[in-house]
Write a protein of this length. Structure first.
Length: 860
């Protein structure tokens, strides 16, 4: 792998223009195609030529992919094997009025700017076309082209070596949601292809916490017994009050047509409130009452709202008595009096019975910076407006003790009886309609693991092995002899994740990389994580393989994803790669074909060359045996393929917990009630034996975060940085898309008074730093961000200078890798400082056309 001989191919490519680069790729494909690996058709049109008219083009309905907050239709217009244009739903592509009239009952699924810009990502200069092997030091970004044979043999041999030497926990599964919203080619922590592959190889450490919303997940499971606690978004159109609590759907998509339904609500007289450290575009659109709040103090403000509601007797006592456990003394379970952790009830906590401190609006004002009178006004409004949707989003839970914020919000939703009713909202995680999500074998091999840790603790685990306690890394308990065994991680697979760029405390991750012996990155483009890999495997995008798309949390439809074009270069789907690796590992370990066949039962080894019939067989079977059999669908597979989309028509708007509230069905909790007092938490006796590791109160409580605007640490680091999701990217995806980059710059938002004091003006280059890292980025000065707070969107492509300073403005250089007890990533619990800077800012690899140079160019 470290052979430096064959760099000529790459160096030759460096001087190519984009146009000749693509032509060269097609030619390269033809050459290898002679060996039978890939097709030989030359591309007949070039992607950047002026648009041909529609009658010269073939039109293919497909969908967008990614973990982007939604799932929309994309329409590919292609000439020959090249996509020359991308449009979206305009109602033409479904027949018989099945979809797309753009009415409340039948809305279109129209893509956003990102989806419509996809062509630039597909044909980007950052596209990985061949397997690449590292030739320089790890992280240096020097690679050479290698063959699939070399790449896969190297990986297989190394896997065997690491398993033999370090045991069944040596390989860390870092697949994530880059491609988890398809049914077949899935990257996913739980249901994914990598998990199945490493599990069957009997060498897998898995990560159990989810960056998006682990605090929220914990809360939803404890309180409602499920994460399917969301209504479909059309129900917002029936709300009379929507409280957007840390929720900015104008930027951060949260479903397909959320904004459309919120607009309908507005037109029908709904009031909007925003509780957020920044005044968002969502607030501007609906003329919302903005309540700026100090980051991470949300649980305190919600507690004070509960205080106002209880002390004014505005709670719905009948709902509480019927449906809640532990809301007050009258709803305590019998066993509670005998439980050390379970004796407290929520109302008495709020009134101060246990600690002598009523959680009054004045008490909360000192914590949150929100005037007590505003807390009262909002509490009154929420308790007296029906139906009202308190949409408590995930970002305020992506914090130290974030789970307490979500539980507190659930308590308010319950005490005001806004659960199970149209126009209310019980939403925590908020999954609504249930999709049939997996088309490949989901059997006893699907999720085998030998250790599972909190995801953001992997670097800590690698750097401190073996001197680690189970609570340090949130080790998941097991029933067998592996219980308590700290994983000895020596290799990482990134599949559908850019986690070196996206997990907390990147500098610590970089330090841990040095201790690894195998790093594999499977992606369709070179990414910041890819720079640290030993082997880069080029993955075919969702335009280049056959699948069916799932909605993202909201929406009830499937979109067919045919193979629109042949895979670019030598790229393969993840499923092809794992299948071929399974065959190779089988032979090398004396299992013969058994591993390959068990991994992908419908395939032979031929799958690496021609996956289409097998993919079709899986998808057809999934449609027939799951969708048609379980979901009352009578449309045959062939017809679905011809239409491109299947939209379920629900008899009435989907409202979570409607049956519980209207028909008395039990909630899925141990008590069958909404558990404000969690039975599960109340019964824990030794926290170190749980995956949480540390104490969690049985009822929702305000707990001080470890760094925030009221902590002594502000003497050194006076600003609280939050890092929301960017409108113009999906995390790191699309950072390299020039069209989207014309609409924005990565910048840090700072309050005007703070900026004046520091002599910072819009456009000035500033640096942000704390003890974990330093980043350089331009400033944007505004009144829309509250004093003391900095907003830096996550996802910029890391670009380090020789001193380890990030010139791109990547927020995760500053975040902390200490998770909350329930597993929430503390992405928004960050103190730092800011000043004007002379350090260099680099707006992005693509912008300076440095990407390929950075990755592939050696000192010439
Ligand atoms: N500071 C800060 N950091 C954050 C957050 C925050 O709020 N603040 N949010 C966090 C959250 S919620 C999330 S979900 C994470 C997201 O973190 P990631 O999942 O790492 O983010 P993405 O940029 O979506 O990376 C997905 C990668 O998968 C690749 N990919 C797409 N399709 C496929 C495929 O079919 N196969 C393979 N092999 N690869 C594919 C894409 O090219 C991309 O490089 O970021 C987290 N990071
Ligand atoms: N365009 C786009 N949409 C996306 C994504 C994307 O990358 N791009 N990612 C998707 C994914 S994977 C996820 S997990 C979701 C995330 O969805 P969310 O968690 O809802 O989104 P964020 O953008 O992180 O934050 C939303 C708002 O919370 C505010 N906020 C931050 N900290 C606090 C706090 O402590 N208290 C309060 N009250 N407010 C706070 C921010 O200012 C922001 O306005 O978004 C999804 N949608
Ligand atoms: S919201 Fe997501 S699925 Fe929809 S077009 Fe944009 S990036 Fe694609
Ligand atoms: Mo996420």
């Amino acid at each position: 792998m470290t052979d430096q001989a064959d760099l000529s191919v790459l160096e030759g490519r460096l001087n190519l223009t984009r146009r000749s680069f693509l032509k060269a790729s097609a030619a390269g494909a033809a050459a290898v195609g002679a060996g039978g690996l890939i097709r030989t058709d030359p591309a007949r049109a070039f992607a950047y030529e002026p648009y041909p008219t529609d009658d010269e083009l073939t039109t293919v309905v497909t969908s967008c992919a990614h973990n982007c907050g939604s799932r929309h239709m994309l329409v590919a217009h292609k000439q020959g094997d090249v996509i020359v244009r991308i449009s979206t739903d305009d109602g033409r592509y479904q027949r018989d009025g099945f979809f797309g009239k753009d009415t409340e009952a039948e809305p279109q699924v129209r893509g956003c700017l990102r989806g419509r810009s996809y062509r630039q990502r597909l044909y980007s200069p950052e596209r990985l076309l061949y397997p690449m092997g590292r030739v320089g030091k790890r992280g240096e970004g020097k690679f050479k082209r290698i063959s699939w044979d070399e790449a896969l043999d190297y990986i297989a041999n190394k896997m065997i070596e690491l398993k033999q030497q370090y045991g069944s926990t040596a390989l860390l599964d870092q697949s994530y949601a880059g491609a988890s919203y398809g049914v077949l080619h899935k990257s996913d922590q739980i249901e994914g292809l990598l998990g199945r592959f490493l599990g069957m190889f009997s060498c897998r450490t898995s990560s159990w916490s989810v960056p998006s919303y682990q605090g929220t997940t914990a809360s939803s499971r404890w309180t409602f017994g499920t994460i399917e606690d969301g209504n479909e978004d059309d129900t917002f159109a029936h709300s009379k009050l929507v409280i957007m609590w840390g929720w900015n759907p104008a930027y951060t998509f949260h479903g397909g047509n959320t904004f459309y339904y919120l607009r309908l609500a507005k037109q029908r007289g709904c009031k909007f409130v925003l509780v957020d450290p920044q005044y968002t575009d969502s607030a501007a659109s609906y003329d919302a009452w903005w309540i700026p709040i100090k980051p991470n103090t949300d649980a305190a403000m919600l507690a004070a709202m509960a205080h106002y509601i209880f002390t004014n007797n505005l709670q719905d006592q009948d709902f509480i008595d019927r449906f809640c456990q532990g809301m007050d003394a009258g709803t305590m379970p019998v066993w509670a009096s005998g439980s050390a952790n379970g004796r407290e009830n929520f109302k008495d906590y709020i009134l101060g019975a246990y600690d002598g401190q009523p959680k009054s609006p004045e008490w909360a004002e000192a914590i949150c910076g929100v005037p007590a009178k505003d807390i009262r006004t909002l509490a009154h409004l929420y308790a007296t407006t029906k139906p009202a949707a308190l949409k408590a989003s995930w970002a305020p839970g992506r914090n130290a003790y974030g789970e307490q914020y979500n539980r507190m919000a659930a308590a308010l939703q319950a005490m005001t009886a806004n659960i199970g009713n149209l126009g209310g909202s019980a939403e925590g995680v908020g999954k609504a309609w249930h999709a049939e999500a997996v088309a490949y074998p989901y059997d006893e091999y699907a999720n085998i693991w030998f250790a599972a840790i909190k995801s953001d603790r992997w670097a800590h685990c690698v750097l401190n092995y073996p001197n680690i306690s189970r609570e340090d890394i949130g080790l998941w308990p097991r029933e067998d002899q592996l219980d308590g065994v700290v994983p000895n991680i020596k290799g990482i697979f990134w599949q559908g994740s850019d986690w070196l760029n996206q997990l907390t405390n990147i500098n610590k991750e970089i330090a841990a990389m040095d201790k690894l012996e195998l790093v594999v990155c499977m992606d369709s483009t070179i990414t910041p994580s890819g720079l640290y890999a030993d082997v880069l495997l080029p993955v075919a995008t969702h335009f280049e393989r056959h699948d069916v798309a799932l909605p993202w949390y909201k929406g009830h439809y499937y979109i067919h994803r045919p193979k629109v074009i042949e895979p670019l270069g030598e790229s393969k789907s993840d499923f092809q790669i794992f299948t071929e690796l399974a065959y190779r590992l089988g032979w090398k370990t004396g299992m013969g074909d058994r591993f390959g066949r068990a991994y992908n039962p419908k395939a032979t080894r031929e799958y690496f060359v021609n996956p289409d019939p097998v993919d079709e067989a899986y998808l057809r079977e999934w449609w027939q045996s799951k969708v048609m059999a379980h979901q009352h669908v009578d449309m045959p597979w062939e017809e679905f393929k011809a239409r491109g989309i299947y939209k379920f028509k629900l008899e009435q708007p989907h409202v979570a917990f409607r049956e519980q509230v209207e028909q008395g069905k039990q909630f899925a909790t141990p008590s069958g009630k909404i558990e404000i007092l969690s039975s599960q938490l109340a019964q824990v006796t030794d926290w170190t034996r749980t995956m949480y590791g540390y104490h969690i109160p049985s009822i929702p409580k305000w707990i001080e975060p470890w760094e925030w605007l009221n902590s002594p640490k502000t003497a050194k680091y006076p600003f609280h940085m939050i890092s929301p999701h960017p409108r113009w990217r999906t995390h790191s995806i699309f950072n390299n898309c020039g069209w989207l980059r014309e609409t924005y710059e990565q910048e840090v938002t700072i309050n005007a008074a703070d900026a004046r004091r520091l002599g910072i003006r819009t456009g000035d280059t500033v640096e942000l730093w704390n003890e974990r890292g330093r980043v350089v980025v331009p400033a944007y000065v505004t009144e829309r961000c509250m004093p003391g707070v900095l907003v830096l969107h996550e996802g910029a492509w890391l670009d380090l200078d020789e001193n380890g300073v990030d010139r791109s403005g990547n927020a995760d250089m500053l975040t902390l890798d200490e998770p909350s007890p329930a597993g929430a990533f503390a992405y928004n619990t960050v103190l730092c400082d800011i000043r004007r800077s002379r350090l260099a800012h680099r707006p992005g690899w693509d912008r300076l056309a440095t990407s390929r140079a950075h990755v592939f160019r050696r000192e010439l």
